[in-house]
Write a protein that binds this ligand. Structure first.
Ligand code: CNA
Length: 355
C-alpha cells in the first residue's frame, strides 16, 4: 500500500506545498474544462489497462452501484466540491485562494497556514477564517449527492480535505466523516491546550478580535491542521476503510496534498476509481488503472450525469428540497427561493454560484 507509515504522518506537510508539490504536479489535459467522460489510460496515452480490455465507463460505475455489486463506497473530496457553493479553492488560476491572499500582506501565500507565521501575526488567518463562518455558505448538489449515497446505505466513509463544514451541513453524520484537515467547529488554546467549542472563538473572530484563552490568555486556534501538525486520529480509519472499499469516488481535488493524496492508491487494484474533476490529477494521471473512469469538467455536472445514470434524480431533488426547506423555512426569503430554485434545477448551471 502506497501510504506513509503512521509514525510519519505528523511530520508531513499535508496542505499540499513544498515537497509534495514537486512530485504531484501534472500538466493540465488540453481541453480539460469540458465535460467529457473518458478512460484515464486512453486520455493520457499511457495505457493503464487499455490493451484489448473493454474501457470502463461512467455507465459501468452506475451499474455497479445500481446492482449493489458495489456497496462499500469510499469518497475522497477537496476544495473543488465547494467552489459551486462560492468558496474559492486553492489552485484554480486567478480565483483560487493562493491568487487572492496578497490582500492579507503575507510574505508568501502559504504562510497563512504556517504556525511560525501564525504566532508572529494571527490576524491574517482569522481574517481568512471569518469568511468561512458557518452559514455563510450552503452545501450544493454534490454534498447532497454524498448524503444520498449515505441514505442509501452505500457510503462506507467520506474523507474530506475541506474545512468549510459543508459535508456536516448537508446532513452526513460524523460517524461517516473523516475531516482529514480538521474543522472550524472547535478550537484549542495554543498555550495551555484547553479545548473550546467553536462558538467561543467565532464571537471574537466575527468582530475582528484575535480569540484568546480566558484562562491563560494564549491565542486560541481553530482545530484545522497547519503545516507540520498531526492529522486527526480519525484519519487512521483509512487503514481499515480503503482495503475494504469496493468503489472509490474522488471529487474536486488536485490530489497534491500528502498524505491524503496517496489514499487514492490504497484501494485494491481491482477496485474501480471514479474521478470527477476539472483536471486529470494524481495517480489517476500518473499511474492509471484498468477500472479508472475520469469525468472531466464541472463537479456538479459530473455528479448530475452520474445521478441520472443511477436513476436518482428525483431522490436527489427531494432531498435537496427537504434540506433547503429546513435551512430556509418554506424558502420564503428572496435569497432562499432563488437558491432553492438553483439547487433543484439540475438541468442548468448552478445559479447558487452567483448568490
Ligand atoms: P486544490 O488544490 O485547490 O484543488 C482543487 C481541485 O478542484 C483542482 O483540481 C480544481 O481544478 C478542481 N475544481 C475546482 N472547482 C471545480 C469544479 N467546480 N468542478 C470540478 N473541479 C473543480 O484543493 P484540494 O482540496 O485538492 O487541496 C487541498 C487543500 C485545500 C486542503 O487542505 C483544503 O483544506 C484546502 N482548501 C479547502 C477549502 C474548503 O474547505 N472549501 C477551500 C480552499 C482550500
Amino acid at each position: 500500500m502506497a501510504l506513509f507509515p503512521c509514525s510519519a504522518v505528523p511530520a508531513l506537510r499535508f496542505w499540499g506545498l513544498r515537497g509534495a508539490r514537486a512530485w504531484t504536479r501534472w500538466p493540465r489535459i488540453p481541453g480539460g474544462g469540458w465535460s467529457v467522460s473518458c478512460f484515464a489510460g486512453a486520455s493520457s496515452d499511457t495505457g493503464g489497462g487499455g490493451h484489448g480490455q473493454k474501457k470502463f465507463l461512467l455507465q459501468d460505475i452506475a451499474e455497479l452501484i445500481k446492482t449493489r455489486a458495489c456497496q462499500r463506497v469510499v469518497v475522497m473530496v477537496g476544495a473543488g466540491i465547494s467552489t459551486p457553493s462560492g468558496i474559492p479553492d486553492f489552485r484554480s488560476p486567478g480565483v483560487g485562494y493562493y491568487s487572492i491572499l496578497q490582500q492579507y500582506k503575507l510574505p508568501y501565500p502559504e504562510a497563512i497556514f504556517e504556525l511560525s507565521f501564525f504566532f508572529h501575526d494571527p490576524k491574517p488567518f482569522f481574517t481568512f477564517a471569518k469568511k468561512l463562518y458557518p452559514g455563510n455558505y450552503r452545501p450544493n448538489a454534490t454534498h447532497y449527492f454524498l448524503r444520498l449515497l449515505h441514505e442509501k446505505g452505500l457510503l462506507l466513509r467520506l474523507y474530506t480535505q475541506n474545512i468549510d463544514g459543508l459535508e456536516r451541513a448537508s446532513g452526513i453524520p460524523d460517524s461517516k466523516l473523516v475531516e482529514a484537515h480538521g474543522s472550524l467547529a472547535s478550537a484549542t488554546c495554543t498555550t495551555c491546550r484547553r479545548p473550546y467549542p467553536g462558538e467561543d472563538f467565532w464571537a471574537d473572530v466575527m468582530v475582528d478580535r484575535v480569540p484568546r484563552c480566558p484562562v491563560c490568555s494564549g491565542v486560541t486556534k481553530p482545530d484545522i491542521v497547519f503545516f507540520g501538525e498531526p492529522l486527526p486520529a480519525r484519519f487512521l480509519l483509512h487503514l481499515a476503510d480503503f482495503p475494504m472499499a469496493d468503489l472509490l469516488l474522488i471529487l474536486g481535488t488536485s490530489l497534491e496534498v500528502e498524505p491524503f493524496a496517496s489514499l487514492s492508491d490504497a484501494v485494491r487494484s481491482s477496485v474501480p476509481r471514479l474521478l470527477i474533476n476539472r483536471d486529470l490529477v494524481g495517480s489517476l494521471a500518473r499511474n492509471p488503472r484498468g477500472r479508472d473512469v475520469v469525468q472531466l469538467g464541472d463537479v456538479v455536472h459530473g455528479v448530475k450525469r452520474l445521478v441520472e445514470l443511477l436513476g436518482w434524480t428525483d431522490d436527489l431533488q427531494d432531498l435537496i428540497q427537504r434540506e433547503t426547506g429546513k435551512v430556509w423555512p418554506a424558502a420564503q426569503s428572496q435569497e432562499g427561493s432563488l437558491l432553492l430554485r438553483g439547487l433543484l434545477d439540475l438541468e442548468q448551471s448552478p445559479v447558487w454560484l452567483t448568490l
